[in-house]
Design a protein around this ligand. Structure first.
Ligand code: AMP
Ligand code: ZN
Length: 493
């Protein structure tokens, strides 16, 4: 009996608003599509978080024995600046600013994306299609939607007729929005648009003369709409209906709503059974985003060169930090959070590194089978990685107790413990057993942390002369202390 038949996974489905029992369309197989990056800039840690959530889901489904086809695309055209139908193509804009070809932009940032994901120990998806490689498929879908009376052409561009669609189907089914409310909340047309209604969205846009990224079509030389790309690529590789579609929460509307409308308008059936949305990484109370400048790059975490952090962190520590939050919770990026995760990560690795030194005996003082079940239960409950990690710490504690003689384990339980611990730590969570770094920056952080704690004690004792002395003398030595609600961090100059 395959492992997946022994486990029941529940997935929070944005479509139903509930945790649904996961039942794939074809027994033993899973089709999963995740919206990939728009490759016009370096991926930031927020992007990485969303992709990491799905990397772990992919890993767990594979661990259960499913044959998973995981498709994650590369958006290399058609994603306009404001996520709507106006504004410049993000990639073309970058190419213009840097005086290089759009495909040079695409190449540069696709390579960066892969490098970063490799450093974080991501598994490659099964297929990584590009939008520009699927223009023909997109044109075919537009033709079907026009034939079905749900899209119209104006001046070489083609728009999806949201109002017409909503007469018989439900636009807003995923994001729980009502078309009447959307109408109420949008500005009146300024007369510049070709659209019948502001809620309509572009399937094909005629390219202005200066627009370099253009392809021939029955309507004009132009380019496809961003939403259409994902419909074309998911349908091509996973079929008209597939199991899981994922992406960040910010893509639910309009992007995923439009994907549903396009697929229903083409095939008259809902394309996806389980819609999954990952929550945002925030920093300083705001969403991490390229456009606002409120972001941190993964390489800055690995080098420690960013004012938000006091030291370098290994990719596995950053991975551990992100997986200590559930994928549907908001995660606040802070240096203190990373420091705490680093301690936890090495506590777990230290226990794993001890395991082969353990002596076994005739009885176990820990129910390893029940513990193993808890690991699976955590992941079966909507991929709850924080609960899984807490459960792994139960094992770490037990290992330390066996080591110091206050607990015992049988040979059989030892084998089960080791195998399960390795499976969940390395195969499912994708952590890497890196050696504890002992660089001079780490030593400096350790020393400053001691002074920060002494200063805290001084303040609690109302010895403000001492606390100020610590702060001022550190400043003279080129180390600034920064106090905030979350505690004190430091920066060096
Ligand atoms: P983009 O390249 O902008 O299309 O984004 C790629 C992926 O990153 C999408 O799934 C977004 O939802 C996701 N994303 C963007 N910002 C964040 C953030 N701050 N936290 C988590 N995911 C994000
Ligand atoms: Zn998409």
């Amino acid at each position: 009996m395959p492992l997946y038949d022994k486990q029941t996974i529940k997935i929070y489905n944005s479509l139903s608003g509930e945790k649904d029992i996961f039942k794939p369309l074809n027994d033993g197989y899973v089709g999963m599509y995740v919206c990939g990056p728009t490759v016009y800039s370096n991926v930031h840690l927020g992007n990485v978080r969303t992709f990491m959530s799905f990397d772990v889901i992919f890993r767990y489904l594979k661990q259960l024995g499913y044959k998973v086809r995981y498709v994650r695309n590369i958006t290399d055209a058609g994603h306009l600046e404001n996520d709507a139908d106006e504004g410049e193509d993000r990639i073309a804009k970058k190419a213009r600013l840097e005086a290089i070809e759009p495909m040079e932009v695409v190449q540069r940032y696709t390579v960066d994306f892969h490098n970063i994901l490799n450093k974080f120990n991501f598994l490659p998806p099964s297929i990584e299609p590009t939008a520009t490689g699927h223009i023909i498929e997109q044109i075919e879908i537009i033709k079907s939607i026009i034939d079905n009376g749900l899209a119209y052409e104006v001046n070489g561009s083609v728009y999806f007729d949201v109002h017409k669609y909503n007469e018989t189907k439900q636009y807003g089914i995923l994001s729980k929005r009502k078309l009447e409310d959307l109408i109420h909340n949008t500005r009146a047309l300024d007369g510049q648009s070709d659209k019948k209604n502001p809620q309509d969205f572009a399937l094909w846009k005629k390219a202005e003369p200066q627009h370099i990224m253009r392809w021939p079509s029955p309507w004009s030389d132009g380019f496809p709409g961003w939403h259409l790309e994902c419909t074309a690529m998911s349908t091509k590789y996973l079929g008209e209906q597939f199991d899981i579609h994922g992406g960040g929460m910010d893509l639910k509307f309009p992007h995923h709503e439009c994907e549903i409308a396009q697929a229903v308008a083409t095939n008259n059936q809902a394309p996806v059974n389980y819609w999954m949305h990952a929550n945002m990484l925030i920093m300083n109370g705001k969403k991490m985003a390229k456009s606002t400048g409120n972001f941190i790059l993964p390489n800055e975490i690995f080098s420690g060169e960013n004012p938000h952090i006091t030291k370098a962190y290994s990719p596995s520590v950053a991975r551990f930090f992100m997986l200590q939050a559930h994928y549907r919770s908001i995660l606040d990026f802070t240096n203190n959070g990373l420091l705490a995760s680093e301690k936890g990560f090495f506590r777990l690795m230290d226990a794993i590194n001890l395991i082969d030194d353990l002596n076994t005996s005739d009885a176990s003082t820990f129910d390893v089978s029940a513990w193993k079940k808890k690991c699976y239960d955590a992941m079966n409950d909507d991929f709850n990685t924080p609960i899984l990690i807490a459960t792994l710490f139960d094992a770490a504690k037990f290992i330390n107790q066996v080591k110091d003689g206050s607990a015992t384990v049988t040979k059989e339980d030892f084998e089960l413990l080791k195998e399960t611990l390795y499976t969940f730590t390395f195969d499912v969570l994708g952590l890497v057993n890196v050696a504890k770094e002992n660089s001079s920056t780490d030593k400096l952080s350790g020393a400053v942390e001691i002074l920060i704690n002494l200063r805290k004690e001084a303040r609690l004792n109302k010895d403000f002369a001492l606390s100020d002395k610590i702060r001022d003398e550190l400043a003279e030595a080129g180390i600034q202390l920064n106090d905030s609600r979350d505690g004190t961090t430091f920066t060096t100059n």
